[in-house]
Design a protein around this ligand. Structure first.
Ligand SMILES: O=C1O[C@H]([C@@H](O)CO)C(O)=C1O
Length: 556
């Protein structure tokens, strides 16, 4: 195992992700940020300098469990103080499992400003993946707004509320084309993209392949809002990995990706080699006002500029939930994946609702909309500050009223602000039921991808309507080969049940990965056996009450 050192400087830069010049958050003058590539067992050291000048920053390593290093999880107000302008903070953590991961900002809505990049972990030297391939291609998918995140954040907390709307563009490896189509010849009424031909920042992504080979495509979605579907003209995709865990391989024509998901799929280049093929990425789950993103699968030795003879594949209709469910239910653990404990010690049921607060709109969990504290939890709980006079977060409710009408807008839409903290006992097996419901408008229930920090969980199952926990619900669960993941979706008006073991002391966020929804309070915090956390590096506690306690020798 190696130590891998990276020196990063984070700053605002001009960039043209979709050929329109805007300001993005770049790393070392680059967007997206550099790809980290490592092997299992390596220690990653990222020496991160914040050159944003007037705002803090943190980076979350999405899918890395941070076993024994909860202070390196990179969640502002939860695992550390945001890094101040001009200051440097070093993240050190071990990558202990092969897979396709990514990293991104986790403070305010900085992820949506472009603060993200890929993190790929190869098997240890001498080990082999459980499937064979000849080459590898990496696609980091995102969406892009022309409005700055500062304006977006003001909109989302305005009274009355102002919705940010749908993104202007979808991006593949940070590149898209606004208001034009690379496949204009195939798309009635569309205009060609002249700028994309001359501006490298928004040139279409070209994936070079040779005929009759098998490629591993690494796919990850770090979108702010959009749920995605990816399809490649005439080619099947075989799903082999999800969120850093191997799955029982299965073939599909197209693949859904919710924000926070990552997959590996195998693609065999068995089509007419005289042609190139389009890769299409389209929107799912919301009425798509954002045109699809395109990339070119370039069969060498054809020129990359040779336009595919076939039109881009059309991704499934945005509201074809039957298609999405069929895909999702097919994801099963590969043989050899550890099974979940047979029973749980605790069940937490989380009702997801959209609510009103003081004239604004929020998302609430069991009728409390998450508000983060000035002093990050890991430090304040570890130093025991709650016991020495500061208000301890009140226990959050374990469940919600069985009588709640999931099919209608909330009868009483008024919500309150909550810390939404759940204390978890060390080693406890915890079940969480995520219950979807109707939003504020009649006949609307949205998809939400929930992401857990510090752990993988087993996805036990999904159901329609209200979860009851009765024999019929239990019969729906997959006890044989539930997949391990860190992100899972709840479908409209449905529920999803997961199980995990609280074996990683720390304070971990669990939240909707849709950036505006998290900003509107859609999350909870698991404070897990904090007494067992090792010494928290002081660099991450130099704010709020932890800073006061540290300068006063441990006393407030
Ligand atoms: O959080 C959201 O707010 C809007 C809408 O519900 C209110 O304008 C929307 O589509 C969301 O996903």
């Amino acid at each position: 195992a190696k130590a891998r050192h990276f020196k990063w400087e984070i700053s605002n830069i001009f960039w043209s992700p979709d050929c329109e010049e805007k300001v993005v958050i770049g790393i070392n003058g680059q967007f997206p940020g550099p790809t980290i590539r490592a092997r299992v067992g390596d220690t990653i050291h990222v020496e991160l300098k914040n050159a944003l000048h007037t705002e803090g920053v943190v980076i979350h390593w999405h899918g890395i469990r941070q076993i024994g290093t909860p202070w390196a999880d990179g969640t502002a107000a939860i695992s550390q103080c945001a890094i101040n302008p001009e200051e440097t903070f070093t993240y050190r953590f071990v990558v202990d499992r092969p897979g396709t991961y990514f990293y991104h900002g986790h403070y305010g809505m900085q992820r949506a400003a472009g603060l993200y990049g890929s993190l790929i972990v190869d098997v240890a030297e001498g080990e082999e993946e459980p499937f064979k391939y000849d080459g590898e291609l990496n696609l980091l998918l995102s969406d892009w707004y022309h409005e700055s995140i500062h304006t977006q954040m003001v909109m989302l907390s305005s009274k009355p509320f102002r919705w940010i709307g749908e993104p202007q563009s979808l991006l593949i490896n940070g590149r898209g084309q606004f208001n034009c189509s690379m496949a204009a010849a195939h798309t009635p009424g569309a205009t060609q993209c002249p700028a994309a031909a001359v501006n490298r920042q928004c040139a279409p992504v070209v994936l070079p392949v040779l005929p009759n080979k098998t490629y591993r495509l690494r796919l990850a979605s770090t979108t702010s809002l959009a749920s995605l579907n990816l399809a490649i003209g005439n080619h099947k995709l075989t799903v082999v990995e999800a969120d850093g865990n191997y799955v029982d391989p299965f073939a599909v024509d197209d693949i859904d990706l919710y924000s926070g998901d990552s997959y590996s799929v195998l693609l065999t280049t068995d089509q007419d080699p005289s042609s190139n093929y389009w890769v299409t990425v389209g929107v799912r789950g919301r009425l798509p006002k954002t045109p699809p993103a395109l990339a070119v699968l370039n069969y060498r030795p054809n020129a990359a500029s040779k336009l595919p003879s076939l039109a881009p594949p059309v991704t499934p209709a945005w509201d074809d939930y039957a298609h999405s469910k069929a895909f999702t239910y097919r994801i099963r653990a590969r043989a050899g994946t550890p099974p979940p404990p047979a029973t749980a010690d605790r069940r937490i049921e989380l009702l997801n609702t959209q609510n009103k607060m003081d004239g604004g709109i929020k998302w609430s969990i069991n009728n409390a909309s998450m508000v983060l504290p000035a002093t990050p939890y890991l430090g304040s709980l570890k130093l025991g500050l709650n016991k020495s006079g500061l208000a301890a977060p009140a226990p959050a409710p374990e469940t919600f009223s069985r009588g709640y009408d999931l099919r209608s807008p909330p009868a009483n839409p008024n919500t309150t602000a909550g810390p939404n903290v759940y204390a978890l006992a060390h080693g406890a097996t915890v079940d969480v039921v995520l219950q979807n419901a109707n939003a504020l408008a009649a006949n609307v229930s949205e998809v939400h991808p929930w992401h857990l920090h510090g752990h993988d969980f087993w996805v036990l199952g999904y159901g329609e309507g209200g979860y009851r926990g009765d024999a019929a619900d239990e019969a729906r669960l997959n006890r044989r080969d539930p997949p391990l993941r860190n992100t899972v979706v709840i479908f409209p008006y449905g529920w999803t049940k997961i199980r995990f073991v609280a074996d990683n002391p720390g304070v971990w966020a669990f939240h909707c990965h849709i950036e505006p929804h998290l900003h509107m309070g859609m999350g909870v915090v698991f404070a897990e056996a904090v007494d067992r956390v090792g010494e928290v590096p002081k660099e991450g506690m130099m704010c709020g009450a932890t800073a006061s306690a540290l300068v006063n020798g441990g006393h407030l």
